[in-house]
Design a protein around this ligand. Structure first.
Ligand code: SF4
Ligand code: SF4
Length: 265
């Protein structure tokens, strides 16, 4: 089945946060205290109860305040680092490419939060589990678009086949290039490609997105070298412990016999 993705055209976003509210409503997420950081953005970052936020990246340009809005959420990577490191297999991919978690399997170890190159999953101490956007997999399974897309009033969000969205994004970027020479599509190749794609009018860093997101070498080492040999390493460690136990006992017995011999001449 073709992967279904989300296209975020930041040039059409007006920062109304309708998507943010729709996400909270659909997922029945409770309100929680926030922090004022001197901008209109609320919350300052994704949280365990805010699976999506609209980032208000503020700049002064030609003496005027300019916003570079960028809706943030899980990027639904084609090769998800979070899924690779989860020791409980609590993270999986649906047939449409959404990266989802099974809350009954999650044990709150937070390995996925450290592995994610976009710092998306957040730990919820109240339930001892990690949460994130599922690209509304339960809605999509019923033939509906994600709640954020349904709520967007300007057409900044589109849901559909990844390949078709990518073509649309490239077309849009081409039309922007004469006035925005730095315009680009984000998500086509980053970390091997993501199901969430952006049309950006400027460099990714202007939108608070990593210019060159990378999966940490520790994650790669864990997944490619340590995890596959985990059972062997455990078996070796156990064998070492058993060997050490018997060696110590044998040496102890030998020493006792020697002492006995010395005592009785
Ligand atoms: S953005 Fe992070 S949490 Fe989402 S799929 Fe990629 S690695 Fe996993
Ligand atoms: S609903 Fe659409 S226009 Fe409003 S903040 Fe979200 S993406 Fe931007």
């Amino acid at each position: 089945m073709a992967y279904l993705g989300l296209l975020i055209d930041t040039t059409k976003c007006i920062g109304c946060r309708g998507c943010q509210v729709a996400c909270k409503q659909w997922n029945q997420l409770p309100a929680e205290p926030t922090t004022f950081k001197g901008t209109y953005q609320n919350h300052p970052d994704l949280t365990a109860n805010n699976f999506t936020i609209v980032a208000y990246n503020e700049y002064e340009e030609n003496g005027q305040l300019k916003w570079y809005f960028a809706k943030r959420q899980c990027m639904h990577c084609l090769d998800p680092a979070c899924m690779k490191v989860c020791p409980r297999k609590a993270i999986s991919r649906t047939e449409t490419g959404a990266v989802v978690r099974d809350m009954t399997r999650c044990v709150g170890c937070q390995y996925c939060t450290y592995a994610c190159p976009f710092h998306v999953p957040k730990y919820n101490a109240a339930i001892d589990k990690v949460t994130k956007c599922s690209l509304c997999a339960n809605r999509v399974a019923e033939g509906l678009a994600p709640a954020c897309v349904k709520a967007c009033v300007t057409g900044a969000l589109q849901f559909g086949k990844r390949e078709e969205l990518l073509a649309l994004a490239k077309e849009r970027v081409n039309s922007l290039l004469p006035s925005c020479p730095q315009a680009n599509v984000y998500g086509e190749t980053e970390v091997g490609g993501t199901n969430v794609l952006y049309v950006l009018a400027d460099r990714p860093s202007k939108y608070g997105l990593p210019e060159d997101p990378k999966v940490s070498p520790v994650t790669i080492a864990w997944n490619d070298y340590i995890k596959p040999y985990g059972p062997w390493l455990i078996a070796l460690t156990a064998a070492g412990s058993v060997l050490s136990f018997f060696t110590t006992r044998l040496m102890g017995a030998g020493k006792a016999a020697h002492e006995e011999e010395k005592l009785h001449g």
